[in-house]
Write a protein that binds this ligand. Structure first.
Ligand SMILES: NC(=O)c1ccc[n+]([C@@H]2O[C@H](COP(=O)([O-])OP(=O)(O)OC[C@H]3O[C@@H](n4cnc5c(N)ncnc54)[C@H](O)[C@@H]3O)[C@@H](O)[C@H]2O)c1
Ligand SMILES: N[C@@H](CCO)C(=O)O
Ligand code: NA
Length: 436
């Protein structure tokens, strides 16, 4: 019996046949020979479910059972693993995963929103049911970052993890820099390429990166997933002008997710920031993601790869299926779920670092002195200033970089500058991350 099970097919119920789901079928078919070399059990999709049965997806579904209600996949005798690639933190996706676990089926998902909101509870349920909850595709797409952190780096105390965690934003920022095009144009392109979330504001407002960061934080620091503890802002306010000034100042603008252990607790932040143009992360462009992990013995470890799209994401889903077929099942978030306590979150406003500040001002004598006075009052020291172009009729940009200061001090500066009549727009503020 045991020998039979070891070579019997691992049967998949696929919930969702969109970008990722169709990719999973494609990888399993096209790479069947290579997969069988690494894996003692064939992996077969036996049942599928999606919203629209009649849609032409360009893949042959003959011989695969169609299920109208994806949650019914859990009850099928011909399904050992439910692959959830529907998306969304609530609704059908959650029901599918919960029912699968309750029915004793393994789960593989690409759904970071679901895990960010319900990851710890689902991990607990999966452990109690003695089934896998695997989600490599959910964080940094095709990069095996969960595997690296949970296995390859497992002997380390992790002190910091950060990276480019959203392919759509990185694609948009790269295109804006390379072509000077505006944000909205490029977003449409990322959607067409299958990179963006169903609601692309999740990408551009930093929510998707925060979902992923909260999962990484849990794996890295052995705490409960705490999405509410992430401070989030996105890239909507990054303009072509800031991208050009970044270049001039020796930086690139990236949307980063950063988590680290501080004396006051765990700090989790997602925001656009300037990074040194010469740094490795600055050169990670397009749909590529990067995850940089610091461990107390290994030092710094960098993984780079495609973070979104059909092929890379499906590659990660299938790798998880292969682990299940090999009986390699680990606790979802590295530590056993029952030990994942809610970590203290670091207090807000305590970031210490430099800032980029762009103001749009009326070009008249005394403006700079007034601005410098505010900085002096708040004890914020200037590192550089760029003023170019004179125009009595139009707002002109004034760009500053500061020496090290606190987030709270720079926020007070921005609020006070907003009250100056000759400052025409709220300050465009970006942290400068030296990544040291
Ligand atoms: N596209 C990517 O690059 C990528 C990368 C990593 C993770 N993900 C995640 O993978 C998941 C799927 O993303 P996608 O890009 O493939 O989305 P998609 O919109 O292309 O596909 C979603 C699929 O789910 C089906 N679906 C929707 N509601 C359903 C319901 N109630 N019952 C049954 N089926 C339903 C749709 O019919 C469709 O087949 C999401 O969680 C997403 O965040 C996507
Ligand atoms: N929308 C996501 C998909 C990958 O998780 C991104 O652009 O990174
Ligand atoms: Na991954």
């Amino acid at each position: 019996m045991a020998a039979d099970r070891k070579s019997a097919p691992l049967r998949i119920g696929l919930a969702g046949i969109g970008t990722v789901g169709a990719g999973v079928i494609e990888v399993l078919r096209e790479n069947a020979d290579i997969i069988s070399k690494h894996c003692p059990r064939p992996i077969l999709v036996t049942a599928v479910s999606a919203r629209d049965r009649g849609r032409d997806r360009g893949i042959d579904l003959s011989g695969i059972a169609w299920v109208d209600d994806a949650a019914a996949l859990a009850a099928r005798d011909d399904v050992d693993v439910v692959v959830e690639v529907i998306g969304g933190s609530e609704g059908k996706a959650k029901e599918v995963v919960e029912k699968a676990i309750a029915a004793g089926k393994h789960v593989v998902t690409a759904n970071k929103a679901l895990l960010a909101h319900h990851g710890t509870a689902l991990a607990l349920a999966a452990e109690e049911a003695e089934v896998a909850l695997a989600y490599e595709a959910a964080v940094a797409g095709g990069i095996p970052v969960i595997k690296a952190m949970r296995e390859g780096l497992a002997a380390n105390r992790i002190t910091r993890v950060y990276g480019i965690l959203n392919g759509t934003c990185n694609y948009i920022l790269t295109q804006m820099r390379e072509t000077g095009r505006e944000f909205a144009d490029v977003l449409e392109e990322a959607q067409k390429l299958g990179y963006a979330e169903a609601d692309p504001s999740f990408d551009v407002d930093g929510i998707d990166a925060a979902h992923k960061l909260s999962i990484l934080t849990s794996v890295a620091f052995g705490c409960a997933v705490d999405f509410a503890g992430v401070r989030i802002s996105g890239i909507r306010n990054v303009s072509a002008m800031d991208i050009a000034y970044a270049e001039e100042l020796g930086f690139r603008i990236k949307l980063l997710g950063l988590a680290r252990q501080t004396p006051g607790g765990i700090e989790q932040r997602v925001h656009a920031c300037m990074v040194p143009a010469a740094s490795t992360i600055a050169k990670v462009d397009g749909v590529y993601n990067a995850v940089v992990t610091s461990g107390n013995f290994v030092g710094e470890n960098i993984a780079i790869g495609r973070g979104a799209g059909r092929g890379p994401t499906a590659s990660a889903v299938v790798a998880d299926l292969m682990d299940i077929a090999r009986d390699r099942i680990l606790p979802a978030f590295s530590a056993p779920a029952a030990t994942l306590a809610r970590a203290v979150q670091a207090p807000v406003g305590q970031r210490v670092g430099s800032y980029y500040l762009r103001l749009m001002v009326v070009d008249k004598p005394g403006v700079i002195a007034e601005i410098a006075g505010v900085m002096r009052d708040e004890n914020v020291s200037l590192e550089s200033m760029i003023q170019r172009g004179r125009s009595p009729d139009e707002p002109v940009p004034l760009v500053f970089t500061t020496h090290e200061t606190t987030e709270a001090a720079i926020a007070r500066v921005a609020a006070r500058l907003d009250e100056i009549k000759s400052v025409l727009e709220p300050a465009h503020l970006l942290p400068i991350e030296t990544l040291e």
